[in-house]
Design a protein around this ligand. Structure first.
Ligand code: ZN
Length: 290
């Protein structure tokens, strides 16, 4: 069996249409529900405040919510933040999810895929069970603010991290569940550059590996990718300006959405593939590692 985890990062993109960022959540909720596809949603606290009514549509028993920081600001990089700030951010984000959605988050993914030993220590104390920030064997680690050369050598399979390094195995009870990567990350932006055929092929390689090693397949997209651009000055942006590769993305946002749905349907067309949310996967992992 091949565990499949579809993850969505939900942050406010100031350079995209705000109204569309709200309404797309309902569309995603409706379409994925139709596919019986559970979603693991990593959300920022400010997106929860601004999109609350629309996020409620995603608050179904099939979907789960994880922490994606406070506002994904330039400096919200968990690799560099002090322990005290990390603690207050995680506390704030944790209770914001509890109070707004009446359920507690069980997973974390840092903005820009950032994490640290201090972050993982605080997550563990908070009862968070998994960290989805590491991209093992992702070659373009320099494209992500949270990227780290140690991604190249971090374990491919889910692991308990060391208390000294989030990229090595150790004794921490937390699980690190790496994003699927083979040089390239298995994410929607690669789909927009190389197309559906490439991503289907990428998926089949990941599936072959998973049959042998039981490694889960973890895919990532952002909800704002399906919404129109708004022109902003650099100073108005809340995250780094698009990387060099953005120039090669398909610009038609409807087409982007369709491509994602096609890819998801393709992944689900294999009998061996079992879609799960992050909590279901951690339960499965713990049951099978006893
Ligand atoms: Zn993000």
């Amino acid at each position: 069996m091949v565990p499949l985890l579809i993850t969505m990062d939900l942050e406010i993109a100031k350079d995209h249409n705000t109204e569309e960022q709200k309404t797309i959540l309902e569309k995603i909720s409706f379409d994925l529900n139709k596919l019986h596809l559970p979603l693991s949603i990593f959300l920022t606290s400010d997106s929860l405040d601004l999109f609350k009514m629309h996020i409620h549509k995603l608050n179904s028993p099939d979907n789960v919510f994880g922490i994606h920081g406070i506002d994904h600001g330039f400096n919200e990089n968990y690799k560099n933040l002090d322990e005290e700030i990390i603690r207050s951010n995680i506390d704030y984000a944790f209770y914001n999810i509890c109070n707004s959605l009446f359920r507690s988050p069980e997973s974390f993914r840092g903005p820009f895929m950032s994490t640290s030993s201090d972050t993982q220590k605080i997550l563990t104390k908070k009862g968070i069970k998994s960290d989805f920030s590491v991209c093992s064997q992702r070659m373009d680690f320099m494209n992500s603010k949270g990227g780290d050369i140690r991604w190249l050598f971090s374990p491919r399979l889910p692991y308990h991290p060391s208390v000294k390094s989030p990229y090595r195995t150790g004794e921490s009870p937390l699980w690190v569940v790496p994003l699927s990567c083979i040089g390239f990350p298995f994410i929607s932006s690669v789909l927009y550059i190389f197309g559906l055929r490439f991503m289907k092929y990428f998926f089949r390689i990941l599936m072959k590996e998973s049959m042998i090693t039981k490694k889960p397949i973890v895919y990532l997209f952002h909800s704002y990718e399906f919404t129109g651009d708004v022109y902003l000055n650099k100073s108005e942006l809340n995250y780094p300006v698009s990387s060099f590769f953005h120039k090669f993305y398909i610009s038609d946002v409807k087409k982007r959405y369709e491509l994602n749905i096609c890819l998801l349907k393709y992944m689900l067309s294999f009998d061996s593939v079992f879609p799960m949310n992050s909590s279901q996967y951690i339960n499965y992992l713990e049951r099978s590692s006893i």
